[in-house]
Design a protein around this ligand. Structure first.
Ligand code: Z5A
Ligand code: MG
Length: 212
């Protein structure tokens, strides 16, 4: 019998919804329960491409809009061989943002159709589960100011949210929306339970290809 594979779980959601907090908590809880699990964060600012992205987000560098979109995608593709290896070794991979952020942020700029935005990420490992952390703008505001990076304004974030809603209409993907206004602990418990169910369900199924 083929070895069981790990699940690919993506965390998406609006700014300050708690994706990074929940990603860390989930991986730790899975490890504590004896599962093998790793966390990846996109953008991964540690690679050469990631450093370019980071200087763009920090407004130190200006990059043309198509160019930065392709760099965000390239930053995912550079991790694909390692992601596939882990998943096939039975390691569950949790990703803090993925291609959906890529599409939602670029398409929110206007002049970019969703289909064009999706193309560079077609064929990436397909998440078995996409958890969308939903939080209304008032609740997000209580978690502190927007930062000072690019995209961190409420009008832009509202457009990003509308793009996420369009992407969520794709029923070939396993989107689950969770209420991110709950306490960190309650939300963690809910996410852990959904993640564990998914891990069981997909362990003997082949890994899919995104948007193919
Ligand atoms: N971007 C893109 O354009 N294209 C792409 O392909 C990708 C990304 C992948 C940087 O991302 C930017 O890149 C981002 C999208 C764009 N632009 N924006 N905006 P990033 O992932 O580096 O962004 P970030 O700085 O980590 O922010 P974030 O991800 O939006 O935050 P978060 O991870 O969702 O939240 P958090 O850091 O876990 O929590 C935020 C605060 O709330 C913190 O003080 C927590 O302690 C608090 N918190 C968390 N959960 C709770 C609950 N449940 N209750 C109360 N307080 C809470
Ligand atoms: Mg984050």
């Amino acid at each position: 019998m083929a070895a069981r594979r790990g699940a690919l779980i993506a965390l998406e959601g609006v700014d300050r919804a708690g994706k990074s907090t929940q990603g860390r908590r989930l991986v730790q809880a899975l490890r504590d329960a004896g599962h093998r699990a790793d966390l990846l964060r996109f953008p991964d600012r540690s690679t050469e491409i990631g450093q370019l992205i980071s200087s763009y987000l920090g407004r130190e560098k200006n990059l043309e809009d198509h160019t930065i979109h392709l760099l965000f995608s390239a930053n995912r593709w550079e991790h694909v061989p390692m992601m596939k290896e882990k998943l096939h070794q039975g390691i569950t991979v949790v990703v803090d943002r993925y291609a959906f952020s890529g599409v939602a942020f670029t398409s929110a700029k206007g002049n970019f159709g969703l289909e064009w935005c999706k193309q560079p990420d077609v064929g990436l490992p397909k998440p078995d589960l996409i958890l969308f952390l939903q939080l209304n703008p008032e609740a997000a505001a209580e978690r502190g100011d927007f930062g000072h990076e690019r995209y961190e304004t409420s009008s832009f974030q509202e457009k990003v949210l509308q793009s996420f809603y369009c992407l969520m209409e794709d029923k070939s993907l396993n989107w689950k929306t969770v209420d991110a206004s709950k306490s960190i602990e309650d939300l963690h418990r809910e996410i852990k339970s959904i993640a564990k169910e998914t891990m069981e369900e997909v362990q003997n199924k082949p890994l899919g290809e995104l948007w193919k």
